[in-house]
Design a binder for this molecule. Sequence first.
Ligand code: SAM
Length: 252
Amino acid sequence: VTPPGGVDSAPKIRIYVEAPLAPGTTQPIAAAQAHYLIRVMRLKLGDGVRVFNGRDGEWLARIDQVGRRGALLAIVTLLRGQIAEAGPWLLFAPVKRLKLDLMVEKATELGVGVLQPVLTRRTVAQRLNPARLRAQTIEAAEQCGRLTLPEIRPAREFDGLLSDWPVDRTLFWGDESGDGRPAAAAFATAHRPGAAFLIGPEGGFEAGERDRLRRFAGAVAIDLGPRILRAETAALAALGLWQAVAGDWRRQ
Ligand code: SAM
């Protein structure tokens, strides 16, 4: 069902909610989101917003009630049906907080499907805050138009990573030594359906880790050019290049 004036005339502001979405239902939203809609975006009773939950598509909703503790949205009509957004996986050694925020936000915009922290030998232990990471993905998904959030997996040790690696996914790992395959060529000739990018910590991979990656049949070392990139730059460069060469930028 299309709103009068078509989908493009629907409001631009989008918010993510957890609950199921169906026409004729109401959806309570918490104080922070209500604050954003009413105080920051200056919406009023009866104004429209777009709502999505990662499962039921994107809906036009109207602000039905506003109170001290939140607001109530009336779910009106479906704007976009749900689609699977099975983007590539990003495996990264946690970096410092602000860089991690940036990487998670940008990776979400670039269509990442899974975010997997990996603890390598040279990872300088960073305490990860899953709620904070999730908040970054929600904000990024709201603003970029995604219908899903990337899955944030718990951190795991590098050592166990290869033992249960899925056979249908190539593990492209960033090799700053220059010995890897040029990334664009490696992506263009990838023969497994799925892709994952493993980016090392600021200190790089240890010799033993590099050896294991080199010997692993499901992994391909990639070269992202002649300069040593910061981990977050390497992650975002790999994701953008993948989307352009083999991913969802090709359809546009
Ligand atoms: N310690 C390393 C050094 O100083 O030589 C640099 C590590 S770099 C900051 C962090 C990670 O980004 C690397 O482990 C690698 O996965 C990735 N990376 C950086 N530059 C790259 C490049 N030119 N090609 C491929 N991967 C790169």
